[in-house]
Write a protein that binds this ligand. Structure first.
Ligand SMILES: Nc1ncnc2c1ncn2[C@@H]1O[C@H](COP(=O)(O)OP(=O)(O)OP(=O)(O)O)[C@@H](O)[C@H]1O
Length: 566
């Protein structure tokens, strides 16, 4: 995580809220007016009581004072409501904006980012951390502004009675609104972070267990995993209990401090009145004002326990927004598909450097490809074979420009892919990786993602070529069957064929197929190889496979061994 001071994080977060500054001013204005009413009611009531016993005077008739009191009491409620509405409007607008920014950043950073990061932590940043920012936008900014303005209003009012009363009140506000929350925040900061890490670890452990349920059952690891689950949840509960105890101690300290400080103000007012420096009426009003004016500073004090967590969440979100992509997107107009005149890797060397692997294993910069040269002519079927781990899939990822080469160049139709508009590159190539991801959507929509405007006839032709049309027709709702309903019932081969149909539908001039037949029986394999052969001359294909029967259709074959090609 990048090191940013808390002030810097707050400043950056505030910067995001600039377009909603008008709403923020309205929220703060309503908050200040609301607290003025809240303090004004007891002060005016005290004034009226003093006037009634002849110890003070009222600017209006008694009846008018009662009416003003009623209006202020109602206004307090209305103003508080408007303030909260504004704050939540700002917060939810901004959350949508921040989510948009985060997804935009992820789009720029992928696929290298997703291959190289802990996806559990990433999901928690995209969801929980962004949610936490609601606290910042709805319950942090305006309370701070309101507290500062209320301190000025109260200071001016009490200063009008006697400067010493104003000084005492301002010092009390600073103690309640700044010193107490900072102390609570310091005390709970480490535990807050620990608690969040424990919660993230626990959900990761549960998810991992669910995904690997088959293995857990098969190897009888259920009891030990349950024991670990118990241990982790007990640790989390203990940490949360500690946090709550600290929060409660903070609240008790705040309430206690308010009582002591208000009493001190009362004693000072009494002393000033005794010394003839203020009137008895002034002393009473100053005391009532002080007792009833701590609301905005209590709101500030309540931030103490959440502020560290909110700022840490903001920091993680900013980390994603600030991260430089490993592969910079090349802008360019979408739509027109450029001609395809072959693709070539020329003397390419590559390593997954910069700690881009999930476990940081490749941070050592181990060379995966070492001066590799391959070329694919239009319409040609090129086979790539080699031992597991020799770099075949990596080569395809470089042809797709998921990563940039360290040395040499990948050229599409003679142009370095680093200069080809990313959208044009994606249009020119279709890549079927070893695992096909199917979205929780209908089979039709899962396929149309490759070409949204495709007709039913084109869809069917692609599925026939991938030898999956008959299977789809046998499903209860044919092409409209939901993949989610099928759950895990789709076999590896069926998923693989759907992935191929998607790529055929994309109709790119270059197809990169990573082990496209590994899960297929010989009948389906033969059908797909026939489809690929039929397209020979119309579409170039890079075919990675360990199967001699699949490699037999290649026009030329490269062999990879330890990052070198022959
Ligand atoms: N995202 C990544 N970060 C770091 N290292 C990686 C990454 N992806 C692959 N590797 C490493 O690069 C090497 C080559 O992997 P690659 O998947 O290209 O091999 P392959 O020849 O396609 O293997 P297989 O036939 O088993 O699919 C392996 O040692 C692998 O661990």
């Amino acid at each position: 995580m990048a090191a940013r001071s808390n002030a810097r994080v707050m400043w950056r977060m505030l910067g995001l809220a600039r377009p909603l500054a008008g709403w923020m001013v309205l929220a703060v204005a309503c908050g200040v007016a609301g607290f003025c009413c809240a303090t004004g009611v007891p002060v005016l009531a005290a004034e009226a009581a003093l006037a009634a016993v002849g110890a003070g005077s009222l600017p209006w008739a008694f009846g008018v004072t009662v009416a003003v009191l009623a209006v202020m009491a109602v206004a307090r409620g209305v103003l508080h409501y408007v303030e909260q509405r504004c704050n939540h409007y700002i917060a939810f607008k901004l959350l949508a904006h921040v989510r948009d920014l985060v997804f935009g950043a992820l789009r720029r950073l992928t696929p290298a980012k997703l291959a190289g990061s802990d996806s559990g932590a990433l999901i928690s940043t995209v969801t929980a951390d962004v949610e936490l920012l609601e606290v910042f936008y709805a319950h942090t900014i305006s309370p701070i502004c309101i507290a500062v303005l209320m301190a000025a209003v109260m200071g001016a009012f009490l200063g009008g009675i006697h400067p010493a009363l104003a000084a005492m009140a301002l010092a009390s506000y600073a103690l309640v609104g700044i010193a107490v929350p900072v102390a609570v925040s310091r005390a709970s900061g480490g535990e807050g972070r620990r608690s969040r890490d424990l919660a993230a670890g626990l959900s990761g452990f549960v998810l991992d267990g669910l995904r690997g349920l088959g293995e857990v059952l098969q190897y009888g690891a259920g009891v030990s995993r349950l024991e670990e689950l118990d241990g982790r949840s007990e640790e989390l509960v203990a940490s949360q209990r500690k946090l709550r105890a600290r929060g409660a101690a903070g609240q008790a300290a705040t309430t206690g401090a308010i009582m002591v400080l208000s009493c001190a103000q009362m004693l000072m007012a009494a002393w000033l009145a005794g010394a003839g420096l203020v009137t008895a009426e002034g002393a009473v009003l100053a005391t009532v004002t002080t007792f009833s004016s701590f609301g905005p500073f209590v709101a500030l004090a309540n931030l103490g326990s959440t502020l560290q967590g909110t700022l840490a969440a903001g920091n993680r979100v900013l980390d994603i927004l600030d991260e430089e992509p490993l592969v910079a997107e090349v802008p360019g107009s979408e739509g027109a598909r450029p001609g395809f005149d072959g693709i070539a890797a020329e003397d390419v060397s590559f390593s997954y450097a910069d700690g881009s692997s999930a476990d940081g294993a490749s941070a050592s910069g181990e060379k995966i490809l070492d001066h590799v040269s391959v070329s694919v002519e239009p319409g040609q079927i090129v086979g790539i074979q080699g031992k597991s781990g020799s770099g075949k899939s990596t080569l395809c990822r470089l042809l797709m420009r998921f990563w940039d080469v360290d040395q040499g160049c990948v050229a599409l139709s003679g142009t370095d892919v680093r200069e080809v508009a990313t959208s044009a590159l994606r249009d020119a190539e279709a890549f079927v990786e070893q695992d096909t991801h199917l979205f929780h959507d209908s089979i039709r929509d899962n396929l149309l993602i490759a070409r949204p405007g495709a007709t039913d006839a084109e869809l069917e032709a692609a599925c026939r070529a991938a030898s999956v049309h008959d299977f789809i027709c046998s499903l209860p709702n044919g092409y409209d069957t939901m993949v989610g309903e099928l759950g895990d019932t789709l076999s590896g081969g069926e998923r693989q064929r759907l992935g191929l149909a998607r790529a055929f539908l994309h109709d790119a001039p270059l197809l990169l197929l990573d082990e496209p037949t590994s899960n297929l029986d010989s009948l389906n394999e033969a059908q797909i190889l026939k489809s690929l052969s039929d397209q020979r001359g119309r579409r170039a294909v890079v075919l990675i496979s360990h199967r001699p029967s699949t490699m037999a259709i290649a026009d030329k074959t490269y062999s990879m061994d330890q990052g070198r090609v022959s």
